[in-house]
Ligand binder design. Structure first.
Ligand SMILES: [Zn+2]
Length: 307
């Protein structure tokens, strides 16, 4: 009963004002661990309700949240309602051919996040001379379009982040987590139980985004994999009712390692390709190949890839 009260109050707050920016803790190092044993205390609850301050309030909800209702708690070691990426899983330790049952076809369904087609794939993206890995699938939408949770689950995150904008993270009973980013408006609060196909936010272009779209990620124990491995976005259907968590699911990891190993150098005046090659223990030819250069002319101030 208390929880219902807390959540409906939070939803009420959410509707009249979520303009309040919650700080971006996406990459913060320190971690506030949840205490599972804390239970709701009446006096504390009254204090929270009197405080009338959304951020503190959601923080408290996080502390008092009963993790008994959290999906897939047996596979995850924590339930964090503040940090988008709280896990430190090593890929090798989770890719062990676990079979995840995605839907049971009876009372556990799939619903596409939005009807729009793919505008940018999961994979390597070029940013000028540099490469970055895009951990999501971008889907077309118009600002204000509803976005839906793809499976049943519980909302873990509903907040503002510098990069993701207004973002929702849902933990599903099948063990997966999904991330939906760049919303113009959030329709859920952390701790809310939702069904597949329920709207969780309205599409937009908040955060690091150049136009309205949905950035959609699927992760298992914090490690992203290509959503197209399980969803056919041309028909908006699940490709299979189950998926093996093995190295095939994470076959992009070697590409990530390759681009992470890349090294860059900002050319100083007077430097030649020969100087730079010697400094990084490589050859002029190799640098030319990495940068698609023919000649040996380099301009001071330019950044080139050396490894
Ligand atoms: Zn994206």
């Amino acid at each position: 009963m208390k929880k219902i009260l807390i959540l409906s109050f939070a939803l009420f707050l959410c509707q009249w004002s979520f303009a309040q920016e919650v700080t971006d803790d996406e990459y913060e190092e320190d971690e506030t661990e949840m205490n599972d044993s804390l239970v709701v205390d009446t006096a504390d609850t009254e204090d929270i309700l009197a405080d009338n301050y959304l951020e503190d309030f959601l923080h408290e909800v996080g502390y008092y949240f009963d993790t008994a209702n959290v999906p897939a708690m047996e596979s995850y070691d924590k339930w964090d309602m503040k940090k988008i990426h709280p896990y430190e899983q090593k890929i090798d330790s989770i890719a062990d051919s676990t079979l995840l049952i995605l839907t049971d076809g009876e009372d556990c369904f799939f619903h596409p996040p939005t009807a729009g087609s793919i505008t940018s794939d999961f994979g390597i993206r070029r940013w000028g001379r540099r490469y970055k890995f895009h951990y999501g699938t971008d889907l077309k939408l118009t600002t204000g379009d509803p976005v839906y949770s793809i499976f049943d689950g519980v909302v873990r995150i509903a907040q503002y982040s510098k990069s993701y904008g207004y973002v929702v993270v849902v933990r599903h009973y099948n063990g997966l987590e999904t991330i939906y980013a760049h919303f113009s408006k959030l329709l859920v609060v952390p701790g809310m139980s939702i069904r597949a196909g329920e709207p969780i936010g309205l599409g937009g272009s908040t955060g690091r985004s150049t136009g309205p779209h949905l950035h959609f990620e699927i992760r298992y124990k914090g490690v992203a994999f290509n959503a197209e491995k399980i969803i056919d976005f041309s028909t908006n259907t699940l490709k299979s009712d189950s998926v093996y968590v093995d190295m095939n699911l994470f076959d992009h990891i070697k590409e990530v390692k390759r681009i992470n190993a890349a090294k860059y150098h900002k050319v100083k005046s007077g430097e030649t390709l020969g100087h730079i090659a010697r400094r990084y223990g490589t050859s002029v030819r190799a640098i030319q190949r990495l940068n698609g250069m023919r000649g040996t002319t380099i301009r001071a101030g330019k950044t080139i890839r050396v490894r």
